[in-house]
Design a protein around this ligand. Structure first.
Ligand code: DX5
Ligand code: ZN
Length: 221
């Protein structure tokens, strides 16, 4: 299985964002996780297309855009045009989830669906064929630095078992509260795309990136 480390820039130093992105890219990050928050689907407001457009030049790493946005289908083309390589939308945020996922597919970027901690895996029953990746939120979205929700471990395991039974080689991304204390349990449960914000950007981001990237590399041996 391929393991991916995706630092979340929500926790980066915004007055030195290009430097932070460059540091984690050089230290081995596989992707940049970009948390777009609209203040409606989630309480916070973070950033949008202009910021993504400006940081696109800072790295050639995969831009993993996580839309915590109501009715995100309105913005798919805009985010692709400003440099997104993958777009993940929340099932809870769409009136027509299938159509929103299909529009990401038509736009030619990786298709992700995100489920909040309280949202059942059965949401995927009639949508799984439309996606490349499932993002299981391990905190309730809206803020970095929150505590991992322990019931997520069982949910990750259930999803990985289901994908294995169905012979589906989809990525499972986890996002929120992934730290030194929780990374092994999410990897053991079957997650392979790891979002980390505060665990990377609090302290020495390059060293933290190398440390967690080595954990993922060891898993691939
Ligand atoms: C929360 C965001 C997460 C968050 C992760 O709504 O989707 O990506 O930034 O931050 P940490 O790793 O600090 O929990
Ligand atoms: Zn996120």
């Amino acid at each position: 299985m391929k393991y991916t480390l995706a630092p979340s820039i929500l926790a980066a130093d915004f007055k030195n964002l290009g430097r932070d992105i460059e540091n984690v890219s050089k230290a081995g990050a596989d992707a940049v996780h970009i948390d777009v928050m609209d203040g409606n689907f989630v309480p916070s407001i973070s950033f949008g297309m202009p910021l993504i457009k400006s940081i696109r030049a800072a790295t050639d790493k995969f831009f993993d855009v996580h839309l915590m946005v109501t009715d995100p289908e309105r913005y798919i083309k805009d985010f692709v045009d400003c440099g997104a390589d993958g777009i993940t939308i929340h099932a809870e945020a769409c009136r027509d989830v299938e159509n929103a996922l299909k529009s990401i597919r038509r736009a030619g970027v990786r298709v992700g669906i995100a489920l909040n901690p309280g949202t059942s895996l059965s949401t995927l029953d009639y949508l799984i064929d439309e996606v490349d990746m499932v993002l299981l939120m391990t905190v309730n979205p809206g803020f970095g630095g929150q505590k991992y929700i322990e019931s997520s471990t069982r949910k990750i395991r259930h999803l990985r078992d289901r994908l294995n039974e169905e012979g589906r080689d989809l990525d499972i991304e986890v996002d929120g509260g992934i730290t030194m204390d929780t990374i092994d349990k999410v990897l053991d449960a079957g997650a392979n795309v790891i979002v980390m914000g505060s665990a990377i950007f609090r302290g020495n981001a390059a060293e933290n990136t190398q440390y967690f990237k080595n954990i993922l590399k060891d898993r691939e041996k």
